[in-house]
Design a protein around this ligand. Structure first.
Ligand SMILES: *Cc1c(COP(=O)(O)O)cnc(C)c1O
Length: 244
């Protein structure tokens, strides 16, 4: 079991290296984030112990269940799921360093209030719905800049970049459009020089489309299935608001 995980990671690393070579990028610019939803703490630990220490969950319930067991191994936690405002307090108990799925102002406001109360700050990425699919979360591309300007006013929230889930499609060029759009928005925001806004991170690309994302500038690829195997729940369980 464990060997398989490490072999899969080696394959992913190779894919990252090759994709970087193709686009003349330095592989050090692309961080591998392990998407660990449905994966048991024991299996996650195998990756952590091998030095792959950037992980992310989609649901607070799963963070909670695995939290104790993972404390033995140093690692960094991001959050990549849909965050409901009534779960903010809960999420902040678990040492999450970055919320990649900030996609609306009311969530930012409530996060800020709570962080002020706890005298904490947190890193955030703004999640953008680049594929125009209703089933996916994220702010509409046309509204990103407005949202970034508002979120930037909350000094507890450290904006580090953008995140997106690409279109699920076998047509690479359509998927590429999503990633290209995210990068275009990033460049626009950089040119605006908004105080309290950094834009170095582009979190895009998953098991099926990481090469395309890297070619378009990804700095974080989020990989689950290709490392830990197929999940028992369909992704809609994690992505569809109605089922949260
Ligand atoms: C599950 C998930 C991933 C990883 O997807 P795979 O196809 O399993 O690699 C990436 N990003 C988000 C937001 C996810 O929920």
């Amino acid at each position: 079991m464990g060997e398989e995980i490490l072999e899969n990671i080696a394959v992913i690393k190779e894919r990252i290296n090759n994709a970087c070579k193709h686009s003349n990028r330095n592989p050090d610019e692309v961080k591998l984030l392990l998407a660990t939803k449905t994966v048991s703490a024991d299996r996650i630990k195998i990756a952590l112990q091998a030095g792959h220490t950037l992980i992310a969950e989609n649901k607070i319930q799963e963070i909670k269940e695995k939290y104790e067991a993972l404390q033995e191994v140093p690692h960094t936690n991001h959050f990549i799921g849909h965050l409901q405002t009534n779960k903010i307090k809960d999420l902040l108990k678990y040492n999450v360093s970055c919320i990649q799925s900030l996609d609306r102002l009311d969530l930012a406001e409530k996060l800020h209030q709570r962080l002020l109360f706890e005298s904490k700050t947190i890193e955030v990425l703004i999640q953008v719905n680049t594929s125009n699919e209703e089933s996916k979360f994220g702010v509409h591309p046309n509204n990103v800049i407005e949202l970034v300007k508002e979120v930037a006013k909350f000094e507890t929230l450290k904006i580090k970049g953008l995140m997106t889930i690409g279109l699920f499609s076998a047509e690479t060029e359509k998927v590429r459009e999503c990633f290209r759009l995210l990068r275009k928005i990033q460049q626009e925001i950089i040119s605006l020089n908004i105080p309290n806004v950094e834009m170095q991170e582009l979190s895009m690309g998953m098991s099926g489309d990481m090469e395309t994302a890297i070619a378009e500038g990804a700095t974080i690829v989020r990989v689950g299935t290709a490392i830990f195997g197929q999940r028992i729940y369909p992704d809609s369980y994690y992505w569809n608001e109605n089922k949260n």
